[in-house]
Write a protein that binds this ligand. Structure first.
Ligand SMILES: [Cu+2]
Length: 111
């Protein structure tokens, strides 16, 4: 027997779960706060634009490949980068990380 109410409930749960797995500020978004990127690892589709929301403190978004960086000492507003090519992009806050592997670091994986 077809159960449309059950299907609707299942879809609602799925949407809620997907929202929780990314970030409260929305899909393809990263919260910038003291002293972390949330989520630290984000997977997006090819050609996606990721938005960093500066919520607390003073930070920056600096990529290992040297492109698509934010302004230094940014404390509010947003920064965006479009990812046209597949790959793993490592980034850090230069104020709170000495390298791309520890401290305030993050990755964007483009599939
Ligand atoms: Cu920082």
């Amino acid at each position: 027997m077809f159960q449309p109410r059950f299907l609707f409930a299942a879809a609602a749960i799925l949407v809620a779960a997907c929202g929780d797995s990314t970030d409260p500020t929305g899909p393809n978004a990263v919260a910038v706060s003291n002293n972390q990127f949330t989520p630290p690892a984000l997977a997006v589709a090819m050609a996606a634009t990721v938005t960093w929301n500066f919520q607390e403190g003073t930070h920056d978004v600096t990529f290992e490949d040297g492109t698509g960086n934010s302004a230094r000492n940014q404390s509010s507003g947003t920064h965006t980068r479009n990812f046209a090519a597949a790959g793993t992009y490592r980034y850090r806050c230069t104020l709170h990380s000495e390298n791309f592997t520890s401290g305030m670091v993050g990755t964007v994986t483009v599939q």
